[in-house]
Write a new protein. Structure first.
Length: 60
């Protein structure tokens, strides 16, 4: 595995934030390592396009 390869666990919040969870943290599996405002309201769905390192989200 390349040192730069990584698996990201993404989530969407009801407040519109898109977050990356630190899934490798054994003591706090829900710890957020990164967040960004994606929508003004609830994130409805997200789709990954790994061929071009892209995430597409839809929200309210």
């Amino acid at each position: 595995m390349n040192a730069y390869d990584r698996t990201l666990l993404l989530g969407g919040y009801t407040n519109g934030m898109i977050v990356v969870f630190d899934w490798q943290n054994d003591t706090n599996s829900g710890k957020i390592s990164f967040q960004i405002e994606g929508h003004r309201d609830e994130v409805i769905t997200m789709v990954a396009n790994p061929e071009v390192d892209q995430v597409i989200s839809a929200g309210l």
